[in-house]
Design a protein around this ligand. Structure first.
Ligand SMILES: Cc1ncc(COP(=O)(O)O)c(C=O)c1O
Length: 377
């Protein structure tokens, strides 16, 4: 088996997740998918939301499930009522998918997109935010950990700065949930989105959002699906809930959702026993990269998550990934275009991204170190 150092792409699913999903699929094939859904209704309609609520430290009625983090994000952001009078603050670490949506919303509504400046070391200039915030800032969007490098943005501190103001606070926690403690209550955000497949080690095709009451009050979704709405006459319909699930669609993959539920339970179980366990391995990976000639860490900020990104002046990132893979190491290529406002300004189109998790050991890092030295050392 390869040494998997690509959890920022997708984590390794534990056996409990795989067994839960395959058992569910077998039941669907034998007994019928709707019938299986009925049998698992408790997990699908309650249990998974309750476990996600515990992981995110958020009320269950404010949670919704989607098939990706991007779907979660766009489902909550697209229906926001914004106008040309509104300023939207983003950071240089904004994920490209979110940037595409902001760019389109700017075209449609005239919102002013403004980028929060960085301090020389790469940290967000939170004092600038404190000094510059005004009533016309309608939205502030911050990724907890970006896609392309491992900086941990101070989302709790930013939450405290924004708390007295009317702006909505959106946090992309796609790369942080599962590797760092994430508490919606402590962050004080109105939206927090994530994916099941990364550091939570759940299945692909799962995403989720905390969509808080303030955001729900300021969103006008044009569509509600049949799990939350009914036609009440030939030309009227009613929505039965004000909860976050009204942002979901009715159709879902039961196997993926019970798999996500199993991953959430595993995560809760693991973190109740040990906390912050991926950090030492992350530090070992950084040391290996730092000591390898011809490499340069892409490593802004004072606090780092379990994502180590580097460029190599001797070999393109794609080739280096292939060579590492041939030596039994899974790493990935971080595309500059996925975090364009930061990476491209650093002149980085491609970099190697190494993202260990709790299942990686110091021996795994030695395998990585040997492979890296064999390729470029
Ligand atoms: C920071 C960040 N946000 C959002 C996403 C989008 O997640 P998804 O691919 O589930 O839509 C990613 C994906 O890698 C990401 O790294």
């Amino acid at each position: 088996m390869p040494v998997h150092l690509n959890t920022a792409g997708a984590g390794l699913m534990p056996a409990a997740v795989v067994d839960t999903m395959s058992g569910y699929l077998r039941q669907e094939a034998a007994d019928g998918a709707y019938e299986t859904e009925l049998r698992h209704a408790d997990t699908l309609d309650k249990g998974v939301y309750g476990n996600l609520a515990r992981v995110l430290d958020a009320p269950a009625e404010d949670l919704a499930l989607f098939d990706s983090a991007t779907r979660a994000w766009s489902s909550a952001v697209t229906p926001l009522v914004l106008t040309g009078a509104d300023r939207v603050w983003i950071t240089p670490y904004e994920y490209a998918g979110s940037l595409i949506l902001w760019t389109e919303l700017r075209r449609r509504t005239g919102i002013r997109l403004e980028v929060i400046p960085l301090l020389p070391g790469g940290d967000l200039d939170v004092d600038w935010m404190r000094r510059t915030l005004r009533e016309d800032v309608a939205v502030v969007s911050v990724p907890h950990v970006p896609s392309g490098c491992g900086i941990v943005n101070p989302v709790e501190e930013i939450g405290r700065v924004l708390a007295p103001w009317p702006c909505l606070y959106l946090v992309d926690a796609c790369q942080s949930v599962g590797q760092l403690p994430v508490s919606v209550a402590d962050i004080g955000c109105d939206l927090l989105t994530g994916a099941g497949r990364k550091f939570l080690c759940g299945p692909r095709g799962t995403g989720f959002a905390y969509i808080g009451p303030r955001l729900r009050a300021r969103a006008r979704p044009v569509f509600h699906d049949l799990h939350v709405a009914d036609m009440t006459s030939d030309d009227t319909y009613e929505v039965h809930t004000d909860g976050a699930r009204r942002f979901e669609y009715a159709e879902r993959s039961g196997a993926a959702i019970v798999g996500l539920d199993a991953a959430l339970r595993q995560h809760l179980d693991r973190t109740s026993r040990r906390a912050g366990d991926a950090r030492p391995v992350r530090d070992l990976v950084r040391e290996v990269v730092e000591e390898t000639p011809g490499t340069r860490l892409v490593d802004p900020g004072a606090r780092h998550a379990s994502i180590v990104t580097f460029v190599c002046d001797r070999m393109p990132a794609a080739r280096l990934r292939e060579e590492l893979s041939a030596r039994g190491v899974n790493a990935w290529v971080a595309q500059g275009s996925h975090t364009p406002l930061f990476m491209r300004r650093q002149g980085i189109e491609h970099a190697v991204r190494v993202s260990p998790h709790h299942y990686n050991s110091a021996q795994d890092v030695e395998v990585f170190a040997r492979a890296l030295r064999a390729v470029i050392g």
